[in-house]
Ligand binder design. Structure first.
Ligand SMILES: [Zn+2]
Ligand SMILES: [Zn+2]
Ligand SMILES: [Zn+2]
Length: 322
């Protein structure tokens, strides 16, 4: 059994090697380990979080299987991987969770973020959800995950670098400027409430990609006030309902939280947001990440962001009417 971090000196990023994950359960048809009384969980629960039995990152990892050097660097895969069950109801789509439960989920995210960021080996807390078989989800029970990384993941690093550069040049937040541009145009906005705004980015990479931002400049979940937390819960529920309304079936998606790192440095130029992506570009059409995306890193979008925004705006939810 091998679990370690290996450095890619060409791209300048860590890869997690964790072959324990090969033994993960694959879509058990008859019994769900996440249902009440299942293998992993209490007999009775509301919302519960626990550490993954097949973690990519471990609290107390063994030494790496191989010796590294200054080019081929190797590190222990120290970190924490948590699973968060949204409900005990196996068949409930996340879009159908009660608003009050969604609000409680936001509180749990805040709590886990706070707790995990206390470890000195944790540099970044990554909250996310994968949903749908086409996304590669092995368990359909409504749940999300949290990775507490011992490094800042590459996509976040790229965002940080760009935001820092923009701040140096212009003296303002890059993300706040994007929000100003989106609000001025309106063409890509799909939903807005008092504290949050959701839009398909001008530069979307995935089908029906949506970015959700607090209008106020905050660095992470913990900076959100009580009202903003409620508005975050409401916004997430609206976006997921719009997703499920697109093709009148449960829409596969990834939901990822982009927050400032927790390594103690100053990231006041960063702006918290949540990103949603899918690979579904039509009722029976899937977007695959093929040669150009995987091998060149350039994304090709088959639908215009303005058209995707129009489709999502067209799905009305009862939550938007009041
Ligand atoms: Zn279940
Ligand atoms: Zn900002
Ligand atoms: Zn982002």
């Amino acid at each position: 059994v091998m679990a370690e971090l290996r450095w890619n000196p060409i791209l300048g990023e860590w890869v997690i090697v964790a072959d324990v994950r090969q033994d993960r359960p694959v879509l058990p048809r008859d019994s769900c380990p996440l249902c009440p009384g299942g293998l992993e969980v209490p007999r009775d629960y509301y919302i519960v979080s626990f550490e993954n039995r097949f973690p990519s990152l471990e609290r107390a990892p063994k030494a790496p299987s191989i010796k590294g050097d200054d080019l081929y660097r190797v590190r222990r895969n120290r970190g924490v991987c948590e699973v968060l069950l949204y409900t005990s109801e196996h068949d409930l789509a996340p879009s159908q969770l009660d608003l009050s439960r969604m609000e409680d989920l936001v509180e749990v995210w805040v709590d886990r973020h706070t707790e995990l960021s206390k470890h000195d080996f944790v540099k970044y807390v990554f909250i996310f959800e994968n949903r749908g078989e086409v996304i590669g989800v092995t368990l359909s029970h409504p749940h999300g995950q949290i990775y507490a990384f011992p490094f800042i993941p590459p996509l976040i690093r790229r965002e940080l670098r760009r935001a820092k550069l923009y701040y140096k040049r212009k003296g303002k937040c890059l993300f706040c400027e994007v929000l100003r541009r989106e609000r001025a145009s309106g063409a890509r906005i799909i939903y807005e409430n008092e504290g949050f705004i959701a839009f398909v980015p001008f530069y979307a990479r995935f089908p029906y990609e949506v970015h959700l931002y607090p209008k106020e400049h905050v660095l992470d979940l913990r900076d959100l006030g009580e009202d903003q937390r409620r508005e975050l819960a409401l916004s997430i529920k609206v976006i997921l309902q719009k997703y499920d309304g697109l093709f009148d079936e449960e829409f596969p998606y990834m939901m990822v939280f982009h927050q400032a790192p927790v390594d103690g440095k100053d990231y006041s130029y960063y702006h918290f947001h949540v990103e949603f992506y899918s690979v579904k570009r039509g009722k029976d059409k899937v977007k695959y990440l093929a040669g150009v995306e995987s091998g060149a890193g350039t994304f090709i979008l088959d639908l215009s962001p303005e058209r995707m925004a129009q489709d999502l705006r067209g799905v009305k939810t009862e939550l938007e009417l009041n």
